[in-house]
Design a protein around this ligand. Structure first.
Ligand SMILES: Nc1ncnc2c1ncn2[C@@H]1O[C@H](COP(=O)(O)OP(=O)(O)OP(=O)(O)O)[C@@H](O)[C@H]1O
Length: 261
C-alpha cells in the first residue's frame, strides 16, 4: 500500500536563502515520525510546505494518493492534515469548547458561523458539534473537559497544548502535525504530553503523527522513525539510536569542536 504522505525533493527558497533543500521522506498510516534539527534548520518550513502555507519552489507533496503540492491550506486540512503551531493559535477570549468547535469547520455542511446563527438544520448540526467537541475534550483530559466553558486564554500551558491538539483532531485528520508540542513545558508536563500522544496512538491506530521536537525525551519515546534536518537538508534518517549516533547529527547539534574533542 502507498504511504500516507510522500514528500519528494521539496525545495523552498526565500530569495537567496534555501530553507529546504531537496528534502524527501514518507510516512505510512499509523506511524510516528519525529523531525529534529537545530534552530532555523527548516523544520517549520517543512510543515508549511506540507500544509500548503508555502508552495515549494520545486518538488512534490502527495497525500493519501493525491498530489497536493501548493494546494491551499483549507483544502489540505479538508483532505485530512491537522496541525498545531509552535506559538499558540487559540482564540483566547473564546471558550475551550468553542475553540474545538472552530476546528470542525471543514467537516460541517453549513459552516460553524452559519450553525451559530441559523435555525433548523444548522442548529441541529451545531448541537452535534457541541456533543462531538465535548467527547474530544473528555478523551483528551477530564480536567480540560471540566474547564470547557472557561476562556481558552486562562488555561495553564499544558492544557492549552492539549486544547490545540483536541482542536486539530476536530478536523478528523489522518495525519497530525505537531510543531514543538513540548516547548515551554516542565518535566512533569512533558511526561504528560508523551502519555497523551501514546494514548492517542492507542485510541486511533490509523492516525499518523509527525512531530517537530527539540526535547530528546519526547523523541526517545517515539524512536522508530526519526529524521534530522540541518541548513534545510536531510542529514540523517532512521531509528532514534541510529540518528543520535550519526556524526553529522552530533556535529549539527554540538558543533565540530565538541564532536572532535
Ligand atoms: N517566510 C519566510 N521568509 C524568509 N525566510 C524564512 C521564512 N520562513 C522561514 N525562513 C527562514 O528559513 C529558515 C528555516 O526556518 P524554519 O522556521 O523552518 O526553521 P526551524 O527549523 O523550524 O527553526 P526553529 O527550531 O527555530 O523553529 C530560517 O533561516 C528562517 O529564517
Amino acid at each position: 500500500m502507498s504511504q500516507l504522505l510522500e514528500v519528494n525533493e521539496a525545495t523552498m527558497r526565500f530569495g537567496g536563502l534555501v530553507a529546504l533543500n531537496a528534502v524527501s521522506f514518507s510516512i505510512g498510516r499509523g506511524e510516528v515520525l519525529a523531525v529534529i534539527g537545530p534552530n532555523g534548520a527548516g523544520k517549520s518550513t517543512l510543515f508549511n510546505v506540507v500544509t500548503g502555507v508555502y508552495r515549494p519552489t520545486s518538488g512534490h507533496v502527495r497525500f493519501d494518493g493525491i498530489e497536493i503540492t501548493g494546494h491551499p491550506s483549507h483544502q489540505v486540512v479538508a483532505r485530512g492534515v491537522g496541525r498545531t503551531f509552535q506559538t499558540s493559535r487559540l482564540f483566547s477570549d473564546l471558550s475551550v469548547l468553542d475553540n474545538v468547535i472552530i476546528g470542525m469547520h471543514t467537516r460541517t455542511k453549513t459552516g460553524v458561523l452559519g450553525a451559530l446563527f441559523l435555525p433548523g438544520a444548522s442548529r441541529r448540526e451545531m448541537a452535534a458539534c457541541v456533543e462531538k467537541a465535548e467527547l474530544l475534550l473528555k478523551a483528551s483530559s477530564g480536567e480540560l473537559f471540566e474547564q470547557r466553558h472557561r476562556p481558552a486564554g486562562t488555561l495553564a500551558q499544558a492544557d492549552r497544548r492539549r486544547l490545540e491538539i483536541a482542536r486539530a483532531l476536530a478536523s478528523e485528520p489522518k495525519l497530525l502535525l505537531l510543531d514543538e508540542p513540548s516547548v515551554g513545558m516542565d518535566e512533569v508536563e512533558t511526561d504528560a504530553l508523551i502519555a497523551d500522544i501514546r494514548r492517542l496512538r492507542t485510541e486511533r491506530p490509523e492516525l499518523s503523527v509527525i512531530l517537530i521536537e527539540h526535547d530528546m525525551r519526547v523523541v526517545e519515546a517515539f524512536p522508530d522513525h526519526v529524521m534530522c534536518v540541518d541548513y534545510g537538508s536531510k542529514i540523517a534518517e532512521g531509528d532514534f539510536a541510529t540518528v543520535k549516533s550519526d556524526p553529522r547529527v552530533q556535529e549539527a547539534y554540538l558543533g565540530k569542536a565538541a564532536v572532535h574533542a
